[in-house]
Design a protein around this ligand. Structure first.
Ligand SMILES: Cc1cc2nc3c(=O)[nH]c(=O)nc-3n(C[C@H](O)[C@H](O)[C@H](O)COP(=O)(O)O)c2cc1C
Length: 334
């Protein structure tokens, strides 16, 4: 008879490296988060009564993200999922960002606080975690109700970020800057090499963006989505027409330090999960944020501070699930 589940603390790791049931569910929720190029730059170290989240610098993108901003945004997204999951498992998550200044790779400690009951919103966000995917397919032209946009704004606000929903002029301005960025990146041999390293024609790969997630080719180049198939022309892709007037939002923070990037990531994921609950599809479009001169141009009306993520949102067809590395690979063994 297997007695493991009755004898092992649900929040600890057993001597064979197997996490207890609650810890296992929380870590699986955390690693379902979005990350730049699906780089999954995280490691977890569960202690007595807390879970430490570390940056995995070996997975930082040296061309696209030399300063580690997008790595930190990705870690922030994983942290939000972890917090939501801890609460779902009836413990209050007490979070400290960058708890030790001399250990910058320990980006957060989530302490398991007193017993707590998740409210309906938290339950819905938790349930949305496995259903949130980056969607690179054409969206419909159906407008998003203002109250749903209000919910997205509130979701980002709870995590100390601001969401600007772009008007027609803002959309044109931002799409122009994204287009310039995509053109510049496509012409950069370093970018092409990094993209090649993090994309794959093999759907069985456990990280990076694989063929099934590239999305169709935008034959008319209406929408400057990042072209993940750029250096893999041999991969078969159908072409499609994308919506000419996508709904775009810009997520910004008041400062631009590693702590702000972690907050941006938490705000991003809370926004994405809220969008998922409301049946919306989402696509981050961050190319201009990777080129300092172009990032400086992104000051559309309604945005304040520093832009961290540009998001396309709308109603779209289902999109594929991306792969994740197994838990054993991201768990630090003592
Ligand atoms: C900081 C950040 C920037 C991203 N930038 C882009 C982007 O420019 N274009 C894009 O299609 N996806 C972008 N993504 C989405 C990732 O590629 C995606 O999260 C990853 O491939 C995993 O897939 P999933 O979101 O479906 O789980 C970004 C994600 C993060 C966290």
């Amino acid at each position: 008879m297997n007695t493991r589940n009755v004898t092992v603390d649900p929040w600890s790791v057993d001597p064979d490296g197997i996490p207890g049931t609650a810890l296992d569910a929380c870590l699986r929720a955390a690693i379902a988060a979005p990350s730049i190029f699906n780089s999954q730059p995280w490691r977890f170290d569960p202690g007595h009564g807390f879970i430490d989240l570390y940056a995995d610098r070996g997975r930082q993108l040296s061309v696209v993200d030399p300063g580690g901003r997008e790595l930190a945004v990705s870690l922030g997204a994983a942290l939000l999922n972890l917090r939501v999951a801890v609460l779902r498992h009836h413990r209050l998550p007490l979070t400290r960002l960058l708890p030790y200044p001399d250990r910058p790779d320990l980006v957060a400690r989530v302490t398991l606080g007193p017993p707590a009951a998740p409210d309906a919103t938290m339950l819905a966000l938790y349930d949305a975690i496995p259903h949130r995917h980056t969607n690179r397919r054409p969206f419909t032209t159906v407008a998003i109700p203002p109250e749903v946009l209000g919910e997205l704004r509130a979701a980002a606000g709870i995590e100390d970020a601001t969401l600007a929903v772009l008007d027609e002029a803002g959309r044109r301005e931002v799409l122009g800057v994204v287009r310039s960025a995509e053109v510049r990146l496509r012409g950069d041999p370093g970018y092409r090499a990094e993209l090649t390293a993090w994309t794959s024609g093999e759907p069985q790969r456990e990280d990076g963006v694989t063929r099934t997630e590239f999305g169709p080719w935008d034959a008319l180049e209406t929408l400057p989505l990042r072209d993940f198939g750029l250096t893999r022309p041999a991969e078969p892709r159908r072409d499609a027409r994308f919506e000419p007037d996508p709904a775009l939002i810009v997520l910004s923070t008041i400062g631009d330090t590693p702590e702000h990037w972690l907050r941006a990531g938490q705000a991003l994921e809370r926004t994405l999960l809220t969008a998922t609950v409301r049946g919306l599809a989402t696509t981050p479009m961050t190319q201009p944020l990777e080129i300092p001169e172009l990032r400086a141009l992104l000051t559309p009306t309604g945005s304040v501070g520093f832009p961290q993520v540009i998001l396309r949102i709308g109603y779209g067809p289902a999109s594929p699930t991306s792969a994740r590395r197994p838990l054993a690979e991201v768990l630090i063994r003592r």
